[in-house]
Design a protein around this ligand. Sequence first.
Ligand code: FES
Length: 148
Amino acid sequence: MAVSQSRRDFAANLLMLVTLVPGFGIAANYLLRFLVPEKSQRSEQVLVGNLGDLQIGTSRFLKAVHGNDLIAVRISRDEVKVFSSVCTHLGCRVHWDSVEGDFLCPCHEGRFNTNGEVIGGPPPTPLPAFPVKIDGNNLFVTVPIKEA
Ligand code: FES
């Protein structure tokens, strides 16, 4: 009887060990990926439009570039800024408010200035900005390539 009990305990412990070890390994992998994000995210400079199509003081949504939803605003003759159009609060789409000269998120009245910084409402962080290059009439934006 004692021998049978011992074998059952051994088998139960072995089964528990066999199932727990891979589980801990998977959990540790997810934890490491969360704590140490990949640093080598690839990016690409993409032609997104003509400068002439964007008047000073106006904005334009840009086609989804590598999975990034973007909004461009022309600040002056030689300055265009491009940000993610996804609000950092709950993900609504921000719009350019040409009267106030800032970005408005209509969902909870979040506001961002022309540097993407939060100036009102609940958004916790600025709008991500993307490097812009103007070459003649061509407008280029450097965006990260999001993996599918
Ligand atoms: S989703 Fe933009 S302010 Fe709430």
